[in-house]
Design a protein around this ligand. Structure first.
Ligand SMILES: Cc1cc2nc3c(=O)[nH]c(=O)nc-3n(C[C@H](O)[C@H](O)[C@H](O)COP(=O)(O)O)c2cc1C
Length: 341
């Protein structure tokens, strides 16, 4: 069993680095270059000194220097050790958050904990542990908590991945009763729990149901970036994968719908590629933004230094976008989005 999951994790790294696994036609909605999408309201005379713009934010009890996190990518295989440490080091230097990949492999084989270990290089960052929703009922809150504590995580992200699972050759598609399992876990868990999609979005109805479980945040994981129906169908039925390649709720729409349904924190992710994307998502109602695939690619190319450069660029772009809307802090950025239908 353990070996099979590890093979899957390696396939994910290899396929996402070597093949085209991003949405083809569907976009996040954040680009705003056509008549549809999201633009920022340009304050032509901002009456601001760009250097004074404040990006700091508190998120689930941790201080961030900028509203950004690297989303869950990997763990459980030896290749993950360097990837996770390189990413974590860059995040620590910039004061932004990070998510670890699914901890299912280490729950099944605790020796694998070292493949997730980043606290030696990143003692201060917000760090999220990770587990799939279909695993939640199979393991007790205590077991999952132990895995979170072993890596020093501040919170648990539960990933919802029905679209991905439907493509996987492993066919782990029993999603019945999961809402109750999430609710039960949240009650028993000491650390904050939040829920994330992996790239196909969370809509109003699901967000409303999740809101009742007591979760602290929703990471929308919207459509427009990495497509998991594409990625995982490359390990299974490629033809079905083509049909569902662009399936899901675009990130911009998902942020809007989740904000309407849920009072807690919102992470905008799925195709966030620039600081301008991030600014638009925050203007729509998100609190922070996250990205995965570009970070993995940067890490492969140039290690921690390249990851840091990528994140620094995104942070600078966000600052510029705020300058151009006349927002001197993240609170003032809210509501500066123009949604074009
Ligand atoms: C190679 C790879 C592995 C991933 N593994 C996980 C995972 O274990 N758990 C999870 O919640 N999300 C996982 N994700 C999904 C990301 O956290 C993120 O939600 C998704 O890739 C969309 O963001 P992006 O468009 O910026 O890549 C993974 C992404 C990549 C590229």
């Amino acid at each position: 069993m353990g070996k099979k999951i590890q093979d899957r994790k390696l396939d994910h790294l290899k396929i996402s680095l070597e093949e085209d696994v991003q949405f083809k036609e569907k976009t996040t909605g954040l680009e705003g270059i056509s008549f549809k999408g999201v633009d920022l309201s340009y304050k032509t005379l901002p009456e601001l000194d760009k250097r004074e713009i404040k990006l700091e934010i508190e998120f689930l009890g941790k201080k961030f220097k900028a509203p950004l996190m690297v989303e869950a990518i990997t763990g459980g295989v030896k290749e993950a050790i360097k990837i996770n440490k390189d990413i974590a080091k860059a995040c620590e230097e910039l004061g932004v958050g990070m998510g670890l990949g699914s901890q299912r492999p280490m729950i099944e084989d605790p020796k694998l904990a070292e493949t997730y270990e980043v606290r030696d290089v990143a003692p201060n960052i917000f760090l999220a542990g990770n587990i799939g929703v279909t695993e939640v009922g199979k393991h007790s809150a205590k077991e999952i908590e132990k895995a979170i504590e072993a890596v020093g995580a501040d919170a648990l992200a539960i990933h919802l991945n029905a679209a991905q699972a439907a493509m996987q050759p492993e066919k782990e598609t029993d999603f019945k009763g999961r809402l109750k399992e999430v609710e039960k876990l949240v009650k028993e868990f000491k650390k904050p729990v939040y829920v994330k999609e992996v790239g196909h979005g969370i809509g109003f109805e699901t967000a409303k149901e999740l809101a009742k479980t007591g979760i602290k945040a929703i990471d929308v994981g919207g459509a427009g970036g990495t497509s998991w129906t594409a990625l995982d169908s490359k390990r299974g039925d490629k033809s079905i994968g083509e049909t569902f390649w662009d399936f899901g709720i675009p990130t911009a729409e998902s942020v809007i719908q989740c904000r309407k349904a849920f009072d807690g924190k919102i992470i905008a992710s799925g195709g966030i590629r620039t600081g301008l994307d991030c600014a638009k998502a925050i203007a729509l109602g998100a609190d922070i933004c996250g990205l995965a695939l570009p970070v993995l690619k940067a890490q492969e190319k140039g290690g921690s230094k390249a990851v840091k450069e990528l994140l620094e660029k995104i942070i600078e772009e966000l600052r510029i976008a705020m300058f151009l809307t006349g927002a001197k802090n993240l609170k003032e950025l809210k509501g500066k989005a123009i949604v074009k239908n």
